[in-house]
Design a protein around this ligand. Structure first.
Ligand code: ITT
Length: 197
């Protein structure tokens, strides 16, 4: 199957390829006039709503193009910090761009409860039918920036069960074995190619 992934984030593309290409699917970036699409994100606190809105917008973008027969993939994700009632959540991308890792570490500097989770909602649309799968990765915020791998909050996110190693210190495939996105993509891959008995 030819799958176009509507994202501006190349790390998301790498992770999708890791799960979907071994099943024989071809995953490529959706480019509109040579650029990743710009989505209008609805004002909501729900990742699911954002992901579904992105999928509708992506379908409209390809409806009259040579890609109209392709399956389309979108994903929305974010970091949810327990002691901040889920902040930054759906605003993770904006918060990262404005206050960055040091801003989050500053807000959390006096906080003892450092539990948090990454969440992802992946939506694959095949012939107009939506398949939606979610993934969660529990972890905690480190006290400092560790590592340079991954993207976004990875250098301060320590997944449970990693022996205090942050996502920023892991290889892409190591991160993917824990990650929220990896879980949602694995569930999607099983929905389209159920494991044989
Ligand atoms: P697209 O919308 O173009 O797919 P994006 O990076 O803007 O790419 P989102 O709108 O889904 O993606 O925003 C998710 C933000 O949440 C992302 O920018 C990071 O700040 C954070 N985030 C989500 N998953 C992450 C991960 O695996 N590692 C680090 N940060 C992550």
């Amino acid at each position: 199957m030819r799958i176009v992934f509507a994202t501006g984030n190349s790390k998301k593309l790498d992770e999708a390829r890791e799960y979907l290409e071994p099943l024989g699917h071809d995953v490529e970036l959706l480019l509109i006039e040579g650029k990743p699409p710009d989505f209008i994100e609805p004002q909501t606190s729900e990742l699911m709503e954002v992901a579904l809105s992105k999928s509708d917008q992506a379908i409209n973008m390809i409806s009259d193009s040579e890609l109209s027969d392709c399956a389309i993939l979108v994903e929305d994700s974010g970091l949810f910090i327990d002691s901040l009632n889920g902040f930054p959540g759906v605003y993770s991308s904006y918060v990262f761009r404005t206050i960055g890792l040091s801003g989050i570490l500053r807000i959390m500097s006096e906080e003892i409860d450092r539990n948090c989770e990454y969440r992802a909602v992946s939506v694959l649309v095949i012939n107009g039918k939506r398949i939606v799968r979610t993934g969660v990765c529990r972890g905690k915020l480190g006290n400092e920036i560790s590592g340079q791998g991954g993207f976004g909050y990875d250098p301060i996110f320590i997944p449970n069960g990693s022996n205090e190693v942050s996502f920023g210190q892991m290889s892409e495939s190591e991160k993917s074995s824990f990650s929220h996105r990896g879980k949602s993509l694995k569930a999607l891959s099983e929905a389209i190619s159920p494991p044989s008995m």
